[in-house]
Design a protein around this ligand. Structure first.
Ligand SMILES: [Zn+2]
Length: 171
């Protein structure tokens, strides 16, 4: 559980957001969402001050990526960025996850949880749950994966088998 709390939201609301993003981009029915292109070309058009930085692994310690909404920056580990370009599901998910933080967790929408309340934070207020749900809904939305097997979802949408299983309701 995160030590931070975000404004509450639901999977339904996050899905409406990711579907709106696909629609704005004209990619409603695109099976393999071009997440790196969205980072590089799409986000700067929507957020004019947005920039991203690719950094050496040691600069991020144990993290794959980190988002600073107040600085309008997403910082990604070099290997994650390159793997995402190569289509590796886990790394595509990381890029989408950080984009989720950037879009949903604008400055002022996140607060520190009070110590005694951490155990009781509902998942819909957990920024990590929200960013994971954003990534899963952006990359493998129900209208695209309908009727597909878990393997097909992973292959067509460029997600891990784990995410494919979650999105198909198997876990
Ligand atoms: Zn995160």
């Amino acid at each position: 559980m995160s030590l931070l709390v975000a404004n509450p939201t639901s999977r339904k609301k996050i899905r409406a957001l990711t579907n709106a993003i696909r629609e704005i981009l004209g990619l409603q029915d695109e099976k393999c969402f071009p997440v790196v292109e969205f980072l590089e070309l799409g986000l700067p058009q929507i957020f004019h001050d947005f920039s991203y930085e690719i950094v050496a692994p040691h600069e991020l310690k144990n993290k794959y990526g980190v988002t600073y909404p107040e600085k309008n920056v997403i910082r990604l580990r070099e290997d994650v960025y390159e793997n995402a370009i190569s289509g590796i599901g886990r790394d595509r998910f990381t890029v989408a996850h950080e984009i989720g933080h950037f879009i949903m967790h604008r400055p002022g929408s996140i607060a520190l949880a009070r110590n005694q309340a951490i155990e009781n934070i509902p998942k819909y207020r957990d920024p990590e749950w929200q960013a994971n749900t954003f990534a899963a809904e952006l990359l493998a939305p129900p209208h695209i994966i309908k009727g597909m097997s878990v393997k097909e979802i992973a292959l067509c949408c460029g997600v891990s088998l784990y995410v494919a299983q979650i999105q198909s309701g198997q876990i």
